[in-house]
Design a protein around this ligand. Structure first.
Ligand code: NDP
Length: 445
Protein backbone atom coordinates (compact mmCIF):
# COMPACT_ATOMS: atom_id res chain seq x y z
CA UNK A 1 0.00 0.00 0.00
CA UNK A 2 1.15 3.55 -0.76
CA UNK A 3 2.91 4.91 2.38
CA UNK A 4 0.81 8.12 2.52
CA UNK A 5 -2.40 6.09 2.37
CA UNK A 6 -1.11 3.54 4.85
CA UNK A 7 -0.62 6.28 7.45
CA UNK A 8 -4.21 7.45 6.95
CA UNK A 9 -5.46 3.84 7.05
CA UNK A 10 -3.63 3.22 10.34
CA UNK A 11 -5.28 6.27 11.89
CA UNK A 12 -8.69 5.05 10.71
CA UNK A 13 -8.06 1.64 12.29
CA UNK A 14 -6.91 3.19 15.58
CA UNK A 15 -9.96 5.49 15.71
CA UNK A 16 -12.36 2.58 15.14
CA UNK A 17 -11.12 -0.26 17.35
CA UNK A 18 -12.72 -3.69 17.22
CA UNK A 19 -14.43 -3.20 13.85
CA UNK A 20 -12.65 -5.95 11.91
CA UNK A 21 -14.89 -5.98 8.83
CA UNK A 22 -14.74 -2.19 8.50
CA UNK A 23 -10.94 -2.35 8.74
CA UNK A 24 -10.87 -5.01 6.03
CA UNK A 25 -13.08 -3.00 3.67
CA UNK A 26 -11.06 0.19 4.18
CA UNK A 27 -7.76 -1.62 3.65
CA UNK A 28 -8.98 -3.27 0.46
CA UNK A 29 -10.09 0.07 -1.02
CA UNK A 30 -6.94 1.95 0.07
CA UNK A 31 -4.74 -0.69 -1.62
CA UNK A 32 -6.15 0.45 -4.98
CA UNK A 33 -6.00 4.20 -4.52
CA UNK A 34 -2.26 5.05 -4.53
CA UNK A 35 -2.11 5.83 -8.28
CA UNK A 36 -5.09 8.22 -8.06
CA UNK A 37 -3.33 10.24 -5.37
CA UNK A 38 -0.16 10.37 -7.48
CA UNK A 39 -2.20 12.00 -10.24
CA UNK A 40 -4.32 14.15 -7.93
CA UNK A 41 -2.37 15.32 -4.87
CA UNK A 42 -5.15 17.86 -4.20
CA UNK A 43 -7.19 14.94 -2.82
CA UNK A 44 -4.68 14.55 0.01
CA UNK A 45 -4.72 18.32 0.70
CA UNK A 46 -8.49 18.18 1.03
CA UNK A 47 -8.30 15.10 3.32
CA UNK A 48 -10.83 13.29 1.14
CA UNK A 49 -9.88 9.85 2.46
CA UNK A 50 -10.07 10.91 6.11
CA UNK A 51 -13.50 12.41 5.46
CA UNK A 52 -14.71 9.37 3.50
CA UNK A 53 -13.85 7.05 6.39
CA UNK A 54 -15.75 9.12 8.96
CA UNK A 55 -19.51 8.59 8.54
CA UNK A 56 -21.53 11.78 8.29
CA UNK A 57 -23.84 10.43 10.99
CA UNK A 58 -24.17 7.19 13.01
CA UNK A 59 -27.34 6.32 14.87
CA UNK A 60 -27.57 3.49 17.43
CA UNK A 61 -30.85 2.89 19.19
CA UNK A 62 -32.79 0.56 21.46
CA UNK A 63 -35.48 -1.61 19.87
CA UNK A 64 -37.87 -2.98 22.54
CA UNK A 65 -40.60 -5.45 21.56
CA UNK A 66 -42.58 -8.32 23.02
CA UNK A 67 -42.42 -11.90 21.79
CA UNK A 68 -45.40 -14.21 21.40
CA UNK A 69 -45.16 -15.38 25.01
CA UNK A 70 -45.38 -11.79 26.23
CA UNK A 71 -41.71 -11.53 27.20
CA UNK A 72 -39.91 -8.23 26.65
CA UNK A 73 -37.04 -8.46 24.16
CA UNK A 74 -34.40 -5.80 23.56
CA UNK A 75 -32.37 -5.49 20.37
CA UNK A 76 -30.02 -2.86 19.06
CA UNK A 77 -30.77 -0.86 15.92
CA UNK A 78 -28.25 0.89 13.66
CA UNK A 79 -28.25 3.33 10.79
CA UNK A 80 -24.94 4.65 9.48
CA UNK A 81 -25.39 7.58 7.09
CA UNK A 82 -21.98 7.42 5.51
CA UNK A 83 -21.74 9.78 2.58
CA UNK A 84 -24.24 12.01 0.78
CA UNK A 85 -21.98 13.59 -1.85
CA UNK A 86 -23.91 12.01 -4.73
CA UNK A 87 -27.44 11.86 -3.33
CA UNK A 88 -29.53 10.77 -0.34
CA UNK A 89 -27.99 7.96 1.71
CA UNK A 90 -29.02 4.65 0.18
CA UNK A 91 -28.39 1.12 1.40
CA UNK A 92 -30.14 -1.83 2.95
CA UNK A 93 -31.12 -2.95 6.43
CA UNK A 94 -29.72 -6.26 7.70
CA UNK A 95 -31.42 -8.26 10.47
CA UNK A 96 -29.00 -10.95 11.66
CA UNK A 97 -27.58 -11.82 15.10
CA UNK A 98 -24.04 -11.06 13.88
CA UNK A 99 -24.86 -7.39 13.20
CA UNK A 100 -22.81 -4.82 15.15
CA UNK A 101 -21.36 -1.44 14.30
CA UNK A 102 -18.33 -2.88 12.45
CA UNK A 103 -20.55 -4.85 10.04
CA UNK A 104 -22.85 -1.91 9.38
CA UNK A 105 -19.86 0.37 8.75
CA UNK A 106 -18.18 -2.07 6.35
CA UNK A 107 -21.40 -2.39 4.40
CA UNK A 108 -22.01 1.37 4.42
CA UNK A 109 -18.46 2.10 3.31
CA UNK A 110 -18.71 -0.37 0.41
CA UNK A 111 -22.06 1.11 -0.50
CA UNK A 112 -20.55 4.55 -1.18
CA UNK A 113 -18.41 3.22 -4.04
CA UNK A 114 -21.01 0.77 -5.30
CA UNK A 115 -23.65 3.46 -5.56
CA UNK A 116 -21.22 5.78 -7.33
CA UNK A 117 -20.45 3.05 -9.88
CA UNK A 118 -24.13 2.73 -10.81
CA UNK A 119 -24.10 6.30 -12.12
CA UNK A 120 -27.33 7.02 -10.22
CA UNK A 121 -27.78 9.97 -7.81
CA UNK A 122 -27.47 8.03 -4.54
CA UNK A 123 -25.16 8.36 -1.55
CA UNK A 124 -24.06 5.54 0.75
CA UNK A 125 -25.57 4.24 3.98
CA UNK A 126 -26.49 1.00 5.73
CA UNK A 127 -28.36 -0.16 8.79
CA UNK A 128 -29.87 -3.07 10.60
CA UNK A 129 -30.19 -4.86 13.87
CA UNK A 130 -28.84 -7.84 15.79
CA UNK A 131 -32.43 -9.18 15.77
CA UNK A 132 -32.60 -12.81 14.57
CA UNK A 133 -35.73 -13.32 12.43
CA UNK A 134 -35.20 -17.08 12.16
CA UNK A 135 -37.94 -19.05 13.88
CA UNK A 136 -39.95 -15.91 14.68
CA UNK A 137 -43.67 -15.75 13.88
CA UNK A 138 -45.13 -13.20 11.48
CA UNK A 139 -46.60 -11.32 14.43
CA UNK A 140 -43.20 -11.11 16.13
CA UNK A 141 -41.54 -9.90 12.93
CA UNK A 142 -44.23 -7.23 12.60
CA UNK A 143 -43.88 -6.01 16.18
CA UNK A 144 -40.11 -5.87 15.82
CA UNK A 145 -40.30 -3.93 12.53
CA UNK A 146 -42.81 -1.49 14.01
CA UNK A 147 -40.60 -0.82 17.01
CA UNK A 148 -37.50 -0.45 14.79
CA UNK A 149 -39.28 2.11 12.59
CA UNK A 150 -40.63 4.00 15.59
CA UNK A 151 -37.07 5.29 16.08
CA UNK A 152 -35.75 5.11 12.50
CA UNK A 153 -38.53 7.21 10.94
CA UNK A 154 -37.12 10.49 12.27
CA UNK A 155 -33.81 9.92 10.45
CA UNK A 156 -35.02 8.89 6.99
CA UNK A 157 -36.98 10.39 4.10
CA UNK A 158 -37.04 10.36 0.32
CA UNK A 159 -34.54 13.25 0.14
CA UNK A 160 -32.52 12.19 3.18
CA UNK A 161 -31.98 8.48 3.54
CA UNK A 162 -33.73 5.64 1.71
CA UNK A 163 -33.29 2.16 3.26
CA UNK A 164 -34.00 -1.16 1.52
CA UNK A 165 -33.56 -4.89 2.29
CA UNK A 166 -30.50 -7.05 2.90
CA UNK A 167 -29.97 -10.29 4.82
CA UNK A 168 -33.11 -11.05 6.84
CA UNK A 169 -35.06 -8.15 5.34
CA UNK A 170 -37.23 -8.92 2.32
CA UNK A 171 -40.63 -7.84 1.02
CA UNK A 172 -42.48 -8.84 4.20
CA UNK A 173 -40.27 -6.74 6.46
CA UNK A 174 -40.24 -3.74 4.08
CA UNK A 175 -44.06 -3.90 4.16
CA UNK A 176 -44.22 -3.72 7.97
CA UNK A 177 -41.58 -0.97 8.05
CA UNK A 178 -43.37 1.09 5.40
CA UNK A 179 -46.72 0.67 7.16
CA UNK A 180 -45.32 1.99 10.42
CA UNK A 181 -43.54 4.92 8.70
CA UNK A 182 -46.81 5.91 7.02
CA UNK A 183 -48.73 5.61 10.27
CA UNK A 184 -46.30 7.78 12.24
CA UNK A 185 -45.75 10.48 9.62
CA UNK A 186 -49.25 10.46 8.08
CA UNK A 187 -47.57 10.62 4.66
CA UNK A 188 -47.67 8.13 1.77
CA UNK A 189 -44.05 8.79 0.93
CA UNK A 190 -43.31 5.97 -1.52
CA UNK A 191 -39.70 7.05 -2.06
CA UNK A 192 -38.69 6.54 1.56
CA UNK A 193 -38.06 2.79 1.23
CA UNK A 194 -37.32 0.54 -1.73
CA UNK A 195 -38.10 -3.12 -2.21
CA UNK A 196 -41.81 -2.40 -1.73
CA UNK A 197 -44.58 -4.68 -3.01
CA UNK A 198 -45.60 -4.22 -6.63
CA UNK A 199 -49.14 -3.08 -5.81
CA UNK A 200 -47.98 -0.33 -3.42
CA UNK A 201 -45.09 1.41 -5.13
CA UNK A 202 -42.51 -1.31 -5.72
CA UNK A 203 -40.65 -1.92 -8.94
CA UNK A 204 -40.80 -5.01 -11.08
CA UNK A 205 -37.38 -6.72 -11.25
CA UNK A 206 -36.27 -5.31 -7.84
CA UNK A 207 -36.52 -8.74 -6.14
CA UNK A 208 -34.52 -10.34 -8.95
CA UNK A 209 -32.11 -7.47 -9.54
CA UNK A 210 -29.10 -8.30 -7.37
CA UNK A 211 -28.86 -11.92 -8.48
CA UNK A 212 -29.64 -11.13 -12.12
CA UNK A 213 -27.15 -8.26 -12.11
CA UNK A 214 -24.39 -10.43 -10.65
CA UNK A 215 -24.82 -12.94 -13.46
CA UNK A 216 -24.97 -10.23 -16.13
CA UNK A 217 -21.73 -8.70 -14.78
CA UNK A 218 -20.07 -12.13 -14.71
CA UNK A 219 -21.23 -12.83 -18.25
CA UNK A 220 -19.56 -9.59 -19.37
CA UNK A 221 -16.32 -10.67 -17.69
CA UNK A 222 -16.50 -14.07 -19.41
CA UNK A 223 -17.02 -12.37 -22.78
CA UNK A 224 -13.63 -10.66 -22.45
CA UNK A 225 -12.10 -14.16 -22.73
CA UNK A 226 -14.38 -15.30 -25.52
CA UNK A 227 -16.49 -17.36 -23.09
CA UNK A 228 -20.07 -17.29 -21.79
CA UNK A 229 -22.19 -19.01 -19.12
CA UNK A 230 -23.22 -21.61 -21.67
CA UNK A 231 -21.95 -24.97 -20.40
CA UNK A 232 -20.28 -23.59 -17.26
CA UNK A 233 -20.56 -25.60 -14.06
CA UNK A 234 -21.76 -23.10 -11.47
CA UNK A 235 -21.75 -23.27 -7.67
CA UNK A 236 -23.66 -20.66 -5.66
CA UNK A 237 -23.48 -20.06 -1.93
CA UNK A 238 -26.59 -19.05 -0.02
CA UNK A 239 -30.20 -19.73 -0.95
CA UNK A 240 -31.74 -16.37 -0.17
CA UNK A 241 -32.86 -13.55 -2.40
CA UNK A 242 -29.57 -12.99 -4.19
CA UNK A 243 -28.64 -16.65 -4.57
CA UNK A 244 -31.98 -17.86 -5.92
CA UNK A 245 -32.17 -15.16 -8.56
CA UNK A 246 -28.54 -15.66 -9.54
CA UNK A 247 -29.29 -19.36 -10.07
CA UNK A 248 -32.34 -18.55 -12.20
CA UNK A 249 -30.44 -16.08 -14.37
CA UNK A 250 -27.40 -18.34 -14.82
CA UNK A 251 -29.72 -21.13 -15.94
CA UNK A 252 -31.37 -18.80 -18.43
CA UNK A 253 -27.87 -18.33 -19.88
CA UNK A 254 -27.60 -22.16 -20.20
CA UNK A 255 -25.28 -22.72 -17.27
CA UNK A 256 -25.49 -25.88 -15.20
CA UNK A 257 -25.98 -24.79 -11.56
CA UNK A 258 -25.24 -27.80 -9.39
CA UNK A 259 -24.98 -26.61 -5.78
CA UNK A 260 -26.14 -24.01 -3.26
CA UNK A 261 -26.13 -23.64 0.53
CA UNK A 262 -27.75 -22.20 3.63
CA UNK A 263 -26.23 -21.68 7.04
CA UNK A 264 -26.88 -25.34 7.97
CA UNK A 265 -25.39 -27.13 4.95
CA UNK A 266 -25.38 -27.47 1.18
CA UNK A 267 -27.04 -29.48 -1.56
CA UNK A 268 -25.54 -30.96 -4.70
CA UNK A 269 -28.03 -31.50 -7.52
CA UNK A 270 -26.13 -32.71 -10.57
CA UNK A 271 -29.29 -32.56 -12.70
CA UNK A 272 -29.37 -28.79 -12.12
CA UNK A 273 -31.09 -26.93 -9.27
CA UNK A 274 -34.89 -26.89 -9.61
CA UNK A 275 -35.51 -23.16 -8.98
CA UNK A 276 -39.27 -23.66 -8.61
CA UNK A 277 -38.77 -26.16 -5.80
CA UNK A 278 -36.05 -24.01 -4.23
CA UNK A 279 -38.37 -20.98 -4.16
CA UNK A 280 -41.16 -23.10 -2.69
CA UNK A 281 -38.92 -24.37 0.12
CA UNK A 282 -37.03 -21.16 0.92
CA UNK A 283 -39.40 -18.32 0.02
CA UNK A 284 -42.88 -19.77 0.56
CA UNK A 285 -42.30 -22.28 3.38
CA UNK A 286 -39.26 -20.46 4.84
CA UNK A 287 -37.79 -23.94 5.28
CA UNK A 288 -34.27 -25.40 5.13
CA UNK A 289 -32.30 -26.73 2.16
CA UNK A 290 -32.45 -30.18 3.68
CA UNK A 291 -36.18 -30.16 2.85
CA UNK A 292 -35.28 -29.62 -0.82
CA UNK A 293 -33.08 -32.72 -0.80
CA UNK A 294 -35.84 -34.81 0.78
CA UNK A 295 -38.23 -33.92 -2.02
CA UNK A 296 -36.05 -34.44 -5.09
CA UNK A 297 -34.43 -37.74 -6.03
CA UNK A 298 -30.70 -37.81 -6.70
CA UNK A 299 -29.91 -34.78 -4.55
CA UNK A 300 -27.29 -35.06 -1.84
CA UNK A 301 -27.36 -32.87 1.27
CA UNK A 302 -24.22 -32.22 3.29
CA UNK A 303 -24.80 -30.97 6.82
CA UNK A 304 -22.25 -28.30 7.75
CA UNK A 305 -19.15 -28.25 5.56
CA UNK A 306 -18.44 -25.79 2.78
CA UNK A 307 -20.19 -25.54 -0.57
CA UNK A 308 -16.79 -24.52 -1.97
CA UNK A 309 -15.76 -28.18 -1.74
CA UNK A 310 -17.88 -28.69 -4.86
CA UNK A 311 -15.94 -28.23 -8.11
CA UNK A 312 -17.02 -25.35 -10.32
CA UNK A 313 -15.89 -23.36 -13.31
CA UNK A 314 -17.87 -20.34 -12.10
CA UNK A 315 -18.38 -19.51 -8.41
CA UNK A 316 -21.06 -17.07 -7.29
CA UNK A 317 -20.75 -16.38 -3.54
CA UNK A 318 -24.15 -14.97 -2.55
CA UNK A 319 -24.44 -15.59 1.22
CA UNK A 320 -22.35 -13.39 3.50
CA UNK A 321 -18.99 -11.74 4.22
CA UNK A 322 -15.77 -13.76 4.48
CA UNK A 323 -17.43 -17.06 3.55
CA UNK A 324 -14.77 -18.01 0.97
CA UNK A 325 -11.22 -18.17 2.34
CA UNK A 326 -7.78 -18.63 0.80
CA UNK A 327 -7.80 -22.42 1.10
CA UNK A 328 -11.20 -22.72 -0.56
CA UNK A 329 -10.05 -20.35 -3.31
CA UNK A 330 -6.90 -22.42 -3.94
CA UNK A 331 -8.95 -25.63 -4.14
CA UNK A 332 -11.41 -24.10 -6.60
CA UNK A 333 -8.57 -22.81 -8.77
CA UNK A 334 -6.84 -26.20 -8.78
CA UNK A 335 -10.09 -27.76 -9.99
CA UNK A 336 -10.63 -25.52 -12.98
CA UNK A 337 -12.25 -22.28 -11.77
CA UNK A 338 -12.57 -19.64 -14.49
CA UNK A 339 -14.57 -16.81 -12.91
CA UNK A 340 -15.99 -15.50 -9.63
CA UNK A 341 -18.86 -13.00 -9.41
CA UNK A 342 -19.58 -11.77 -5.90
CA UNK A 343 -23.33 -11.49 -5.28
CA UNK A 344 -22.74 -10.99 -1.56
CA UNK A 345 -20.78 -8.13 -0.01
CA UNK A 346 -17.10 -9.00 0.63
CA UNK A 347 -17.70 -12.78 0.61
CA UNK A 348 -14.08 -13.51 -0.38
CA UNK A 349 -11.37 -12.93 2.22
CA UNK A 350 -8.37 -10.83 1.18
CA UNK A 351 -6.35 -14.07 0.88
CA UNK A 352 -8.96 -15.56 -1.44
CA UNK A 353 -8.98 -12.46 -3.63
CA UNK A 354 -5.18 -12.66 -3.89
CA UNK A 355 -5.40 -16.32 -4.95
CA UNK A 356 -7.96 -15.52 -7.66
CA UNK A 357 -6.02 -12.57 -9.00
CA UNK A 358 -2.63 -14.31 -8.92
CA UNK A 359 -4.00 -17.27 -10.84
CA UNK A 360 -5.69 -15.22 -13.55
CA UNK A 361 -9.27 -16.07 -12.55
CA UNK A 362 -11.78 -13.40 -13.61
CA UNK A 363 -12.82 -11.78 -10.34
CA UNK A 364 -15.79 -9.41 -10.05
CA UNK A 365 -15.87 -7.78 -6.58
CA UNK A 366 -19.23 -7.30 -4.87
CA UNK A 367 -19.25 -3.53 -5.03
CA UNK A 368 -19.41 -3.84 -8.82
CA UNK A 369 -20.97 -7.24 -9.45
CA UNK A 370 -23.88 -6.94 -7.00
CA UNK A 371 -24.72 -3.27 -7.71
CA UNK A 372 -27.80 -4.27 -9.72
CA UNK A 373 -29.91 -4.38 -6.55
CA UNK A 374 -29.27 -0.82 -5.49
CA UNK A 375 -29.41 0.38 -9.10
CA UNK A 376 -32.90 -1.07 -9.45
CA UNK A 377 -33.80 0.52 -6.12
CA UNK A 378 -32.83 3.82 -7.73
CA UNK A 379 -35.11 2.90 -10.66
CA UNK A 380 -37.87 2.26 -8.11
CA UNK A 381 -37.24 5.78 -6.71
CA UNK A 382 -37.51 7.20 -10.25
CA UNK A 383 -40.83 5.44 -10.79
CA UNK A 384 -42.10 6.69 -7.42
CA UNK A 385 -41.05 10.28 -8.19
CA UNK A 386 -42.92 10.23 -11.49
CA UNK A 387 -45.83 8.14 -10.11
CA UNK A 388 -45.21 5.67 -12.89
CA UNK A 389 -44.58 1.94 -13.09
CA UNK A 390 -42.55 0.32 -15.79
CA UNK A 391 -42.94 -3.11 -17.40
CA UNK A 392 -40.72 -6.03 -16.44
CA UNK A 393 -39.05 -5.96 -19.87
CA UNK A 394 -38.26 -2.25 -19.73
CA UNK A 395 -36.89 -2.44 -16.19
CA UNK A 396 -34.80 -5.53 -16.93
CA UNK A 397 -33.42 -3.79 -20.00
CA UNK A 398 -32.40 -0.81 -17.84
CA UNK A 399 -30.77 -3.18 -15.34
CA UNK A 400 -28.84 -4.91 -18.11
CA UNK A 401 -27.59 -1.60 -19.50
CA UNK A 402 -26.52 -0.47 -16.04
CA UNK A 403 -24.62 -3.71 -15.35
CA UNK A 404 -22.88 -3.66 -18.71
CA UNK A 405 -22.01 -0.01 -18.03
CA UNK A 406 -20.54 -0.85 -14.61
CA UNK A 407 -18.52 -3.67 -16.11
CA UNK A 408 -17.16 -1.43 -18.86
CA UNK A 409 -16.33 1.39 -16.43
CA UNK A 410 -14.39 -1.00 -14.19
CA UNK A 411 -12.58 -2.52 -17.18
CA UNK A 412 -11.67 0.81 -18.76
CA UNK A 413 -10.50 2.26 -15.43
CA UNK A 414 -8.28 -0.79 -14.89
CA UNK A 415 -6.87 -0.28 -18.41
CA UNK A 416 -6.31 3.42 -17.77
CA UNK A 417 -4.32 2.66 -14.62
CA UNK A 418 -2.21 0.00 -16.35
CA UNK A 419 -3.79 -3.11 -14.79
CA UNK A 420 -6.09 -4.59 -17.44
CA UNK A 421 -8.55 -7.16 -16.10
CA UNK A 422 -8.16 -5.98 -12.50
CA UNK A 423 -11.81 -5.36 -11.63
CA UNK A 424 -10.98 -4.69 -7.97
CA UNK A 425 -8.81 -1.74 -8.92
CA UNK A 426 -11.28 -0.63 -11.58
CA UNK A 427 -14.23 -0.66 -9.17
CA UNK A 428 -12.41 1.03 -6.33
CA UNK A 429 -10.92 3.82 -8.44
CA UNK A 430 -14.02 4.22 -10.63
CA UNK A 431 -16.28 4.68 -7.59
CA UNK A 432 -13.82 6.74 -5.58
CA UNK A 433 -13.07 9.33 -8.28
CA UNK A 434 -16.73 10.11 -8.72
CA UNK A 435 -17.37 10.61 -5.01
CA UNK A 436 -14.11 12.53 -4.48
CA UNK A 437 -14.94 14.97 -7.30
CA UNK A 438 -18.35 15.68 -5.79
CA UNK A 439 -16.87 16.14 -2.31
CA UNK A 440 -14.27 18.59 -3.62
CA UNK A 441 -16.95 20.57 -5.45
CA UNK A 442 -19.18 20.77 -2.37
CA UNK A 443 -16.51 22.24 -0.07
CA UNK A 444 -15.46 21.26 3.43
CA UNK A 445 -18.57 19.70 4.94
P1 NDP B 1 -31.14 -13.43 2.45
O1 NDP B 1 -31.41 -13.21 3.88
O2 NDP B 1 -32.27 -13.47 1.49
O3 NDP B 1 -30.28 -14.76 2.23
C1 NDP B 1 -29.06 -14.93 2.85
C2 NDP B 1 -28.56 -16.33 2.55
O4 NDP B 1 -27.21 -16.47 3.03
C3 NDP B 1 -29.36 -17.41 3.24
O5 NDP B 1 -29.31 -18.58 2.47
C4 NDP B 1 -28.61 -17.60 4.55
O6 NDP B 1 -28.78 -18.89 5.11
C5 NDP B 1 -27.17 -17.42 4.10
N1 NDP B 1 -26.38 -16.85 5.20
C6 NDP B 1 -26.57 -15.66 5.81
N2 NDP B 1 -25.67 -15.47 6.78
C7 NDP B 1 -24.93 -16.57 6.79
C8 NDP B 1 -23.84 -16.99 7.58
N3 NDP B 1 -23.34 -16.21 8.58
N4 NDP B 1 -23.28 -18.17 7.29
C9 NDP B 1 -23.77 -18.96 6.29
N5 NDP B 1 -24.82 -18.61 5.52
C10 NDP B 1 -25.37 -17.45 5.77
O7 NDP B 1 -30.11 -12.25 2.06
P2 NDP B 1 -29.75 -11.69 0.62
O8 NDP B 1 -29.80 -12.78 -0.38
O9 NDP B 1 -30.53 -10.45 0.41
O10 NDP B 1 -28.23 -11.23 0.84
C11 NDP B 1 -27.12 -12.10 0.60
C12 NDP B 1 -25.86 -11.27 0.39
O11 NDP B 1 -26.05 -10.37 -0.72
C13 NDP B 1 -25.45 -10.37 1.56
O12 NDP B 1 -24.04 -10.27 1.61
C14 NDP B 1 -26.02 -9.02 1.17
O13 NDP B 1 -25.33 -7.94 1.79
C15 NDP B 1 -25.75 -9.04 -0.32
N6 NDP B 1 -26.55 -8.11 -1.11
C16 NDP B 1 -27.92 -8.16 -1.09
C17 NDP B 1 -28.65 -7.30 -1.86
C18 NDP B 1 -30.12 -7.40 -1.98
O14 NDP B 1 -30.68 -6.74 -2.86
N7 NDP B 1 -30.80 -8.21 -1.19
C19 NDP B 1 -27.99 -6.23 -2.63
C20 NDP B 1 -26.55 -6.31 -2.66
C21 NDP B 1 -25.88 -7.22 -1.90
P3 NDP B 1 -29.96 -19.15 6.18
O15 NDP B 1 -31.22 -19.19 5.39
O16 NDP B 1 -29.61 -20.44 6.80
O17 NDP B 1 -29.91 -18.00 7.14
Amino acid sequence: MDARLEAIRNTVLARNPGEAEFHQAVTEVFESLGPVHDRHPELLEAAILERLCEPERQIIFRVPWTDDSGRVQINRGFRVEFNSALGPYKGGLRFHPSVYLGIVKFLGFEQIFKNALTGMPIGGGKGGSDFDPRGRSNAEIMRFCQSFMTELYRHIGEYTDVPAGDIGVGGREIGYLFGQYKRITNRYESGVLTGKGISWGGSLVRPEATGYGTVIFTQEMLKTRGKSFDGQRVVVSGSGNVAINAIAKAQSFDASVVACSDSSGYIVDEAGIDVGLLREVKEVERGRLKDYSLRRPGVSYVEGGSVWDVDATVALPCATQNELDGDAAARLVRNGLVAVGEGANMPSTREAVAVFQDSGVLFGPGKAANAGGVATSALEMQQNASRDSWTFEHTEQRLTEIMVGIHDRCASTADEYGEPGNYVLGANIGGFVKVADAMLAQGLI
